[in-house]
Write a protein that binds this ligand. Structure first.
Ligand code: PLP
Length: 237
């Protein structure tokens, strides 16, 4: 296995991370209040991609349990030692997943949010059998039909979900999307919420640093927040 290059080691500011975490939770609570929702029904996933393990430690110390990474190899390097010390922490893989990484993903993740094509469904099903370990699975929908993004097309999402369940025996519990940058995300969030409701999917992963309040108002049960918590990333990932 090739080593993932270590992120630039800047000592994370633990008190800033704790303060950001409190601020984000307060904003989620306000959005829940506006929408008449219970804040306990919205999980915050701290997206720690490119940030060092020490930043994750700082968030753990402030009570954070759910973390998100978009690259299997980075996650596989960073998380197992942390998890040994913090057994309750949960790792969400939120990035496009290559079929040949499915087994590593199943080994390390508690949730895989980027299930988006039949070959990957097959590889994940196979990995679950071999590893005897089954992460929770979310179908990613490319709601903006962007060619550079992972995700199944809107009009193929129902058939794909059925194939995951029936042909591959996968227990899919939710849906995830990343709306196009620079567009009003709300129509994308509403589409995904309607899709999840129609399909009986209880988990709705939507909303990032720039739009998590809108996502909460549209029914997100999970928001994925990176830069607002850990600070800017060295380069776009
Ligand atoms: C990086 C990333 C995030 C977090 O983005 P921020 O804007 O830094 O909050 C959320 N979801 C996915 C899929 C990502 O890749």
């Amino acid at each position: 296995m090739t080593e993932f290059p270590a992120p630039a080691e800047h000592a994370p500011d633990a008190s800033a991370i704790a303060a950001n975490l409190a601020r984000i939770k307060a904003r989620i609570a306000v959005a829940c209040d506006r929408a008449g929702r219970d804040p306990a029904a919205v999980a915050l996933v701290a997206v720690s991609k490119t940030h060092p393990a020490a930043a994750v430690e700082a968030a753990l110390a402030a009570g954070q349990v759910n973390f998100g990474e978009n690259r299997v190899q980075e996650a596989a390097g960073k998380f197992p030692p942390l998890r040994a010390a913090h057994p309750a922490m949960r790792l969400h893989l939120i990035g496009g997943l290559q079929t040949n990484k499915a087994r590593d993903a199943v080994r390390v993740a508690d949730v895989i949010e980027s299930l988006d094509r039949p070959r990957l469904a097959e590889a994940i099903a196979d990995a679950i059998r071999r590893e005897g370990r089954a992460p929770a699975l979310l179908v990613q929908v490319n709601t903006g039909a962007e060619p550079q993004k992972s995700g199944v097309a809107r009009d193929e999402a129902s058939a794909f979900l059925r194939a995951c369940r029936e042909a591959h025996g996968l227990a899919v519990t939710g849906a995830m999307c990343i709306p196009p940058e620079g567009e009003d995300p709300a129509p994308h969030f509403r589409w995904l919420a309607a899709f999840a409701a129609d399909e009986g999917l209880p988990v709705l992963s939507m909303g990032m640093s720039g739009d998590f309040e809108a996502a909460v108002e549209c029914g997100a049960t999970e928001v994925r927040v990176g830069s607002a918590l850990f600070g800017a990333r060295p380069s776009p990932v």
